[in-house]
Design a binder for this molecule. Structure first.
Ligand code: MLT
Length: 407
């Protein structure tokens, strides 16, 4: 008899964004005339930068001739892209990361979900709350928790992120082994200072813990004082893995390209207490389970760092940041307390009521889709997240409709 992995039965029926999409479809079926504005899932709406498109075309042409054709590429990514990443995203910011510590993939979602496979079943996992649901669900699937009770899984150490701590969690008061951090944060839009990240790195070193640092929204940082990478922090290379993505940076949500940095110095321990290279483990996994991102896509990603690409990408992000600033100001004008929206494409809003109820109200009365905060965890209740990824016209209309609905 074929039996299932019963850990899947501990999960909520649907992935958060699939659930939202289902509700929106049902509403749309009942009200086909209603024009819906989507500020829910953080999916980009603007075209790819021209430099990326040109690089993709050129690469496709190379594949059209046997002289320049390429089959399987290296699973970890082509050297041209890994070198460009190391140079522009790290060494240019004083972080000493080399190309062979970079693993190109098809998404930060997959990488943040898959990385936990490298670690023992009984590692103690610290999860911020609210949080990107992938970190939670993948550890539940792996069997590291009991069944959910009141929206929380026994087995996790939850790190509450609230207005009181500026949505940056305090250091754990109990021992944990694996710590998920995300800055600029999804969903709250909060950022972490150098001092805050230093405290986490020092804690991880003292406790032989590992930080999984999701920096998918790094490109939205405009405040010069904020670190873009955890490797700008002294001692981080021994205790942190970093996840990056071209999705929100350069409009690659549909194109798919991301990367994970696993420094050579990063160690975990085996049963006998012997240190083992995490980079070697990830390389083993990556080469076994993944066959690389396509050549034209990696060429397009490389173009992000070119002389033409860099200003184009910056303009793209400025556009969404302008939306974010507009949304934040409009919401504050409606009397709603919010955070995020600068150095981040997300605005975290204190709805002051049940977050699914507020979601339904905005959908029904304003035709605006947001993300209910409780979908990101217990501490997200009574909040919603608004995404700045849309046209300015839609953002302006959505804010007007919300203001009318909430009058
Ligand atoms: C989000 O809206 O939180 C993100 O778009 C989800 C993702 O990047 O997978």
């Amino acid at each position: 008899m074929i039996r299932i992995n019963s850990n899947y039965q501990k999960l909520q029926a649907n992935y958060l964004f699939a659930d939202i999409a289902r509700r929106v479809r049902a509403f749309q079926a009942e009200h086909p005339e209603r024009e819906i504005i989507r500020l829910g899932i953080g999916d980009v709406t603007r075209a790819l930068p021209p430099a990326c498109i040109a690089a993709m075309h050129k690469a496709a042409d190379e594949l059209a001739s046997e002289a320049t054709f390429r089959g399987y590429g290296p699973e970890q990514g082509y050297d041209f892209l890994r070198e460009a990443i190391a140079e522009h995203d790290f060494r240019a910011r004083g972080a000493d990361i080399s190309a062979d510590e970079i693993f190109v993939s098809d998404g930060a979602k997959c990488d943040t979900g898959n990385i936990q496979e490298l670690f023992a079943q009984d590692v103690r996992v610290a999860i911020p709350d609210p949080v990107y649901p992938v970190y939670v669900d993948t550890n539940v699937m792996a069997g590291r928790t009991g069944a959910a009770q009141d929206g929380r899984y026994p087995g996790f150490t939850y790190l509450d992120c609230t207005a009181a701590n500026g949505y940056v969690p305090a250091l754990p008061t109990q021992d944990v082994d694996l710590i998920y951090l995300c800055f600029p944060n999804n969903p709250t839009g909060a950022t972490a200072t150098r001092e805050q990240l230093q405290a986490w790195v020092d804690w991880a070193r003292a406790h032989r813990a590992l930080i999984l640092f999701d920096a998918a929204y790094e490109a939205f940082i405009r405040d010069e004082r904020l670190p873009h990478s955890i490797y700008e922090i002294a001692g981080a290379k021994e205790v942190a893995i970093e996840f990056r993505s071209f999705s929100k940076t350069a409009g690659f949500t549909g194109v798919r390209c991301a990367y994970t940095v696993v420094p050579e110095a990063c160690m975990a321990w085996d049963e006998a207490g012997k240190p083992v290279s995490v980079r070697d483990l990830w390389s083993r996994r990556h080469t076994t389970k993944f066959n690389g991102v396509s050549y034209p896509v990696q060429r397009a990603a490389e173009a992000v760092y070119s002389a033409e690409g860099r200003p184009q990408v910056r303009e793209l992000i400025d556009f969404y940041l302008n939306n974010a600033a507009y949304i934040r100001q409009a919401l504050q004008g409606m009397g709603l307390a919010c955070t995020g929206g600068d150095n981040s494409p997300y605005i975290w809003v204190d709805a002051g009521r049940d977050s699914w109820e507020f979601f339904d109200l905005l959908l029904r009365e304003a035709g605006v889709v947001c993300t209910p905060g409780v979908g990101f965890g217990h501490c997200g209740e009574k909040h919603i997240r608004i995404s700045a990824f849309n046209s300015f016209e839609n953002v302006r209309t959505a804010m007007q409709r919300m203001a009318d609905a909430l009058k």
